[in-house]
Design a protein. Structure first.
Lengths: 224, 398
């Protein structure tokens, strides 16, 4: 995938690049409005990660240009402003998703994948990981073409694991992905273990032992 | 006043006395003259009495009380008893004059004084009142203006100018003061806003880098623990930021898209969310349907904060009870004893129990949302239950 990261904070920009390149993506960067404008005009991207505040201009202006040129790129806005208004404005202008800083890179990655699925396959993509197949339209999982009934949370969890395969996911990241803002209310993570253990059991039953424990308390979805 | 009354009294009395004496002497002289011309003894009792006497006595001036038949009462007279020898005959001449009674003088003085004082008082009263009214008008107008002054409304204060030096000085001081207060308040708000906004990016950087570290190297379990612990703290800072900026937005009244909402369905949805995250039971009692007109986002936050506050402070074995009645919503959770400082409950960063992960902003946000929509939040402790109640304004509920 070809991804443009338009973010004026170089440290954040590079961290995103590092994470996304780990998945074999090609990343280009733009550190200001001019650069972003220039690159958007010249090249085609699959995904554009757009900071709202680009020092010399607004990321939303880039978004307008993209929509005028009928670009097929998926756009994810990242902003330090978490007001609903800004979010709605961004989405109204045609952004595919909106993330408030700070965010987990794993979360960004899973959003990118979701946007790609929607953009390229009209929300009809099936994700494959060895013997596991996920139909994202009907939100069902198959192992060796056998339907595996999963709860909503287990399904979300499996999708999150597969989109971030090979990465270490802490229970905090998982909790935040599954419960969003509510996750900060939690003071013990027992309920996460319950979901993960259930999913793990269901997968293991069918012979898919991919959920591994990392460093004692984190998780990693990986093929041996 | 009193002294002058007394002085005046004595002065008038002396004046009258000397006048009477003068008169008595002149009458006596006239009688003597008339006696020299003819010897008819006439008398005009009680005013004049003339008698022939054998010898001459001493001239005497004295006060006496005699019955006055013309007035039919006892009256005080001043009497001059004198003896004179006229044409070889001795005469005793008594001349009397009616004395104005002391009591009457005093009464007259006091009365006139009272009348004068009364009129002066009435006059001065109305004069001063009218004068003061004119004089203090700008002051009271400005006082009213100051009473109306509110930091939140951001309206500048309009003071009436006055020609009086002190008042115009006061106005200048008040204007400077309010401008300063307004500016400080704006700065403070701006500061909170800026801080929470500017912190997001560095937090994002730290978080992203930690994630990359976790994924790039083969760490040992301890290092991983440290890193995830840092992540947790970043999480806390992020939440703190979110809440602070929410508070600022509430103060700035930036929520202006009210919608008709059904509290019952919102509460049910929120409770379902919580059920996944907490083992504590939540019991919902619906005693009526409540419809509210408010920002949906804020209603979610209001419900979440109330319920999570109750959940956070209750033991897993007990249950939290949420009651919706037409007047409001009540959230109860069991507790051992009442809070020691319930008045501080809705302020920022107040917490009594050393609770884990509590930010101390939840109820402050509840308070702010209530302020915005004129709801009334209360806390009571009854039958070993902490009771949080939000009363919705009458007219907004059905």
């Amino acid at each position: 995938m070809k991804i443009l990261i338009a973010e004026d904070e170089i440290a954040l920009q590079q961290s995103i690049v590092t994470y996304l390149e780990g998945d074999g993506n090609v990343c280009e960067v733009a550190a200001n409005f001019g650069e972003a404008h220039y690159k958007v005009d010249l090249y085609e991207y699959d995904i554009i990660i757009l900071d709202v505040n680009l020092v010399t201009g607004s990321g939303l202006e880039i978004l307008k240009i993209l929509k005028e040129t009928r670009s097929s790129a998926g756009v994810i806005i990242i902003s330090a402003n978490n007001s609903l208004q800004d979010k709605l404005e961004g989405l109204d202008l045609g952004a595919d998703d909106y993330l408030t800083k700070p965010f987990h890179l794993a979360e960004l990655n899973s959003r990118i994948k979701a946007v790609l699925r929607r953009g390229t396959f009209g929300g009809n993509e099936t994700i494959k990981f060895n013997e596991i197949t996920i139909d994202t339209k009907s939100k069902t999982a198959y192992i060796n073409d056998l339907h595996k009934p999963l709860t909503r949370k287990e399904y979300d969890l499996l999708l999150f694991f597969i989109t971030n395969k090979g990465r270490v996911l802490s229970k905090e990241i998982i909790a935040e992905h599954l419960w969003g803002d509510h996750s900060d209310l939690i003071d013990n993570y027992d309920f996460i273990y319950v979901h993960i253990n259930n999913l793990r059991k269901k997968l293991t039953e069918a012979g898919a032992k991919y959920i591994k424990t990392a460093y004692g308390s984190g998780y990693k979805f990986i093929a041996d | 006043m009193l002294l002058s009354t007394i002085a005046l009294y004595f002065y008038v009395r002396n004046l009258l006395e000397s006048e009477i004496e003068e008169e008595l002497y002149s009458t006596k002289a006239r009688i003597e003259n008339s006696l020299k011309n003819d010897t008819i003894l006439y008398a005009l009792p009680p005013v004049i009495e003339i008698k022939r006497t054998a010898n001459i006595g001493i001239e005497k001036l004295k006060d006496t009380i005699i019955y006055d038949p013309s007035q039919n009462e006892m009256e005080e007279f001043r009497e001059l008893a004198t003896y004179s020898e006229i044409n070889g005959t001795y005469y005793s001449i008594k001349v009397r004059a009616l004395v104005v009674e002391t009591r009457n003088i005093l009464m007259a003085i006091i009365l006139s004084y009272f009348i004068i004082i009364f009129f002066v008082f009435v006059f001065l009263f109305y004069f001063n009142k009218a004068g003061n009214q004119k004089l203090w008008l700008p002051f009271f107008t400005n006082l009213g203006e100051i009473k109306q002054f509110s930091l939140e409304s951001e309206k500048p204060i309009h003071l009436v100018d006055s020609s009086i030096l002190e008042f115009s000085e006061l106005n200048t001081v008040i204007l400077t003061l309010t401008q300063k207060v307004n500016a400080d308040y704006r700065n403070l708000k701006q500061f909170t806003e800026d801080v929470s906004h500017e912190l997001q990016t560095p937090l994002a950087i730290i978080q992203a880098k930690i994630e990359n570290i976790i994924n790039s190297n083969n760490l040992n379990a301890t290092q991983y623990e440290h890193l995830t612990s840092i992540q947790k703290d970043i999480q806390r800072l992020t939440q703190l930021n979110k809440r602070l900026s929410l508070l600022t937005k509430l103060e700035n009244r930036q929520f202006t898209n009210p919608e008709e909402l059904y509290l019952n369905s919102v509460i049910k949805e929120r409770i379902d969310n919580f059920k996944e995250l907490f083992s504590t039971k939540i019991e919902l009692v619906e005693q009526g349907q409540v419809r509210l007109k408010m920002d949906p986002y804020l209603l979610d936050i209001l419900c979440d904060n109330l319920i999570s506050n109750a959940l956070r402070h209750s033991v897993a074995s007990c249950s939290v009870k949420v009651t919706i009645d037409p007047n409001g919503i009540t959230v109860m959770n069991p507790g051992d004893e009442a809070l020691r400082h319930p008045e501080k409950l809705f302020t920022r960063f107040y917490g009594e129990a050393i609770s884990k992960k509590s930010m101390g902003l939840g109820l402050a946000i509840v308070q702010k949302i209530c302020d915005l929509y004129r709801f009334l939040p209360t806390y009571t402790f009854e039958d070993k239950q902490h009771i949080f109640k939000i009363r919705f304004q009458i007219g907004q509920t059905e």
